[in-house]
Ligand binder design. Structure first.
Ligand SMILES: CC(C)(COP(=O)(O)OP(=O)(O)OC[C@H]1O[C@@H](n2cnc3c(N)ncnc32)[C@H](O)[C@@H]1OP(=O)(O)O)[C@@H](O)C(=O)NCCC(=O)NCCS
Length: 163
């Protein structure tokens, strides 16, 4: 939605980012995985543990009333604790989610663009993500310059070159 404010994510946004990570993990209609199970799972916990630590960056979109409605952030995960979208040391991996009622109004694209710009300004050459192939988010990522670099079982790793 044009004009909605986007601000840098703060240490105090950890709980909201967790909500958005749950949205990302349960994007499929009817997904039933409980929130606490997602947040405590080995594979998701690593995207937020200790937020905001050095090297992390993120942005939060807000409603006109100042409520957080979406977030995109990245983190650099080590080789021995990789994320789903890990492609190499020094390549940040992003997560994005928008509250259901605010979707399809351009918030996700605006967050993605802001995060990619930030990563470029920080000197990163690439940024990566992982997405299930059936998720319509794939078309958003493609249109923002991400390309599939690794195909997995039902899920792809995509990378955007920043320079
Ligand atoms: C994916 C997500 C972050 C996109 O945010 P959003 O604010 O809804 O997206 P935007 O409104 O900026 O739309 C961007 C593009 O996504 C696609 N898109 C958005 N909503 C769509 C829908 N309901 N059906 C199909 N495509 C859709 C379109 O390509 C759209 O581009 P267009 O408007 O130029 O046609 C958001 O929908 C979301 O939180 N989904 C659940 C969590 C998730 O799947 N996260 C990503 C995991 S990898």
């Amino acid at each position: 939605m044009p004009g909605l404010p986007i601000r840098a994510a703060l240490p105090s946004d950890g709980a909201f980012l967790a909500d958005m990570m749950v949205e990302a993990a349960t994007w499929r209609a009817g997904a039933v995985r409980p929130r606490h199970e997602i947040l405590s799972s080995e594979e998701y916990r690593r995207y937020l543990a200790g937020w905001l630590r050095p090297g992390d960056a993120g942005f939060v979109a807000e409603s006109p009333g100042g409520e957080p409605i979406g977030a995109a952030w990245y983190r650099m995960l080590p080789r021995d604790e990789p994320g789903f979208g890990w492609v190499g040391t020094g390549v940040p991996e992003l997560i994005i989610g928008v509250r259901p009622v605010w979707r399809a109004h351009g918030v996700g694209r605006a967050l993605l663009q802001r995060l990619a710009e930030h990563a470029r300004a920080q000197g990163f050459a690439r940024i990566s993500l992982s997405v299930e192939r059936e998720n319509y988010a794939v078309s958003l990522y493609r249109s923002e310059g991400f390309a599939v670099v690794r195909r997995g079982i039902g899920r792809d790793v995509m990378v955007k070159r920043l320079r």
